[in-house]
Design a binder for this molecule. Structure first.
Ligand SMILES: NC(=O)c1ccc[n+]([C@@H]2O[C@H](COP(=O)([O-])OP(=O)(O)OC[C@H]3O[C@@H](n4cnc5c(N)ncnc54)[C@H](O)[C@@H]3O)[C@@H](O)[C@H]2O)c1
Length: 262
């Protein structure tokens, strides 16, 4: 039998201990990739890896990494390559948010969000690049946001970081266009994860509203009438990591049920 595009290849997913990253890791394993989950929450990375290995039969491992730290990222990439041999796919998914009016975003909070959401993908891409390009086939997928393309109140730092991810995706896509490595982003909106619960909680506190009301009304702005599920994102990541997507690069695809279209 001939090998699929995924067999013998290694996919690294940051922030894969839960939420979208967990679903992406599961899906890429089902496609046949070996998967590495890097997360600051080491226990959840380990547990996710164990469950994925047991349910799919691929090699899977969890590692501790803080994507905002160059030293931590370098150590992570070295450990992955030592154990798995190479990196073929990089999913920059780890991200954080806080809901604050601009005047309440202090410098430390600005830096925290920008460092994890934007510097993280830069650090990971730079550290993994020699491995991604070495075989002449590679995939980078950055998880941005619909607010990487449009402004929204009370998340100026998060918006700026995700606009940055869209820019990083375009620039890196062009720069790597002749290496066999494609670079694309996915822009979700209102995704049913712990982050959405946090958005509802902090948004409700700001508005003096009821949390469960705010949570249940978040998907009202989605034309398809429901929140994005992590598997909606994982399905598109799977496509972007396939050979069918080999001529797509520098794109930031909205996966929002019609919430955003440009
Ligand atoms: N949930 C949404 O509504 C939504 C919408 C658009 C975009 N996104 C983006 O999707 C991605 C996944 O979000 P989610 O909703 O699954 O969030 P989540 O909070 O459920 O999961 C995020 C994961 O990232 C990890 N993480 C956080 N900081 C880290 C760090 N410094 N180093 C390594 N790992 C770290 C967390 O431990 C966690 O496992 C993020 O980039 C987020 O910005 C989410």
């Amino acid at each position: 039998m001939s090998k699929t595009h995924a067999e013998g290849r290694v996919a690294v997913i940051t922030g894969g201990g839960r939420g979208a990253g967990r679903a992406i890791a599961q899906r890429l394993a089902e496609d046949g990739f070996d998967v590495v989950i890097g997360d600051v929450r080491t226990e959840s990375a380990d547990q996710a890896a164990q469950e994925i290995a047991a349910s799919t039969g691929v090699r899977a491992a969890g590692f501790s990494v803080d994507v905002a730290s160059a030293a931590s990222v370098a150590e992570f990439v070295d450990s992955v390559v030592e154990r798995f041999g190479t990196i073929d796919v990089l999913i920059n998914n780890a991200g954080v948010i806080s809901i604050l009016p601009l005047e309440q975003i202090d410098e430390a909070e600005w830096d925290r969000v920008l460092d994890i959401n934007l510097k993280g993908p830069y650090l990971l891409t730079r550290a993994a690049l020699p491995h991604l390009t070495s075989s002449g086939w590679g995939r980078i997928v950055n998880i941005a946001s619909d607010v990487g393309k449009r402004g929204e109140a009370n998340i100026a730092h998060y918006c700026a970081s995700k606009f940055g991810v869209v820019g990083l995706t375009q620039a890196t896509g062009v720069e790597l266009a002749r290496t066999g490595v494609t670079v694309n982003a996915i822009c979700p909106a209102i995704m049913n994860t712990d982050m959405m619960k946090q958005i509802a909680k902090e948004g409700a506190a700001l508005d003096g509203a009821d949390v469960s009301d705010t949570f249940s009304h978040l998907p009202d702005v989605v034309p398809m009438g429901r929140a994005t599920e992590p598997t909606d994102i994982a399905n598109v990541v799977s496509f972007l990591c396939s050979d069918d997507a080999s001529f797509l690069t520098g794109q930031s695809l909205n996966v929002t049920g019609g919430r955003w279209m440009t």
